[in-house]
Design a protein around this ligand. Structure first.
Ligand code: PGA
Length: 218
C-alpha cells in the first residue's frame, strides 16, 4: 500500500500511472466517479495530456435518476472529459445496454481505477455480489443510498438502482489501482485487503488480482 501525504498527492501519484498508460497505443481505461477521484481528475486536466486515442468505460451509472447533474455521465463530462481532446465516440457508460457485452468480455482494459464504498463495494457491486458477476442492474443498499445522499437535495431523491460493471469484468483488467481517501475508509480497506476473500466484502476479490496497487491518504 502507498500512503500519501494528502489528497492532492494521491491525485498526483495516480495521475503518473494514468499518464504512463495514456502513452500506450489505443489505451483503455475503466473510470470511477465519487469524491475520491476528484483530485486525480483535476491533476489530469492540468497536465493537458493527449486523450485522442483513449477509450474509457465508466464503472456505473444510476437508473431512473431525476437529478441530471448527479448522473455519472454529467460528473465525468464536467470533471474530466470536456477538458480533454477525447473522442466522444470512445466514451462508454453501462447505462447503454449495447455496451454490456464489450464490458464483460475481452475489452483488454489496461488500467481500472477504483474507489471503495463504506460497505466494501467496488463500483455498485454491493456486499453479496457474486465474484462471477457481469454488467447488470442492481439495487443499492440502504448504506450506499445514505452515503450518496450528500450529493442530492434529499435522501428520497437518491436513485435506488444502478447499472454496474460486474466484479468479473473489473478483474479482467490488466492493472487495477484502488484509491482510498479518508480515515473513515481505513477499516474497510484493511478488511478488504487483508481479511477473508468473501463475497460479503466485494473489494476483497482484489486480493486475487496479480497487479493491484492501493493509494491511501487520510
Ligand atoms: P467516494 O465513493 O469516492 O465518494 O467515497 C466511493 C465509492 O462508494 O465507491
Amino acid at each position: 500500500m502507498n500512503v500519501l501525504k494528502n489528497y492532492w498527492e494521491l491525485g498526483s501519484r495516480v495521475a503518473d500511472i494514468v499518464e504512463h498508460v495514456l502513452a500506450l497505443p489505443e489505451p483503455k481505461l475503466i473510470l470511477p466517479t465519487g469524491s475520491t477521484p476528484l483530485s486525480l481528475y483535476k491533476e489530469l486536466v492540468n497536465r493537458q495530456l493527449d486523450w485522442s486515442s483513449v477509450t474509457t468505460y465508466n464503472l456505473d451509472e444510476y437508473v431512473d435518476n431525476t437529478i441530471q447533474d448527479q448522473s455519472y455521465r454529467y460528473f465525468m463530462v464536467e470533471n474530466l472529459f470536456k477538458h480533454t481532446n477525447m473522442d466522444e465516440d470512445n466514451i462508454y457508460f453501462p447505462g447503454d445496454t449495447a455496451v454490456w457485452p464489450q464490458m464483460d468480455y475481452g475489452i483488454g482494459v489496461d488500467l481500472c481505477l477504483l474507489g471503495i464504498g463504506g460497505n466494501g463495494h467496488i463500483a455498485f457491486n454491493e456486499p453479496g455480489s457474486s465474484f462471477q458477476s457481469e454488467t447488470r442492474i442492481v439495487d443499492l443498499t440502504e448504506e450506499t443510498i445514505k452515503d450518496n445522499s450528500r450529493f442530492f437535495p434529499t435522501i428520497d431523491d437518491v436513485p435506488t438502482q444502478a447499472v454496474t460493471m460486474g466484479l468479473k469484468s473489473i478483474m479482467s483488467s490488466k492493472k487495477i489501482v484502488l484509491m482510498v481517501s479518508g480515515e473513515h475508509k481505513l477499516n474497510i480497506m484493511n478488511v478488504a485487503m487483508a481479511g477473508e476473500v468473501t463475497e460479503s466484502v466485494p473489494a476483497s476479490i482484489l486480493q486475487n488480482h496479480k497487479n493491484v496497487k492501493i493509494y491511501y491518504c487520510e
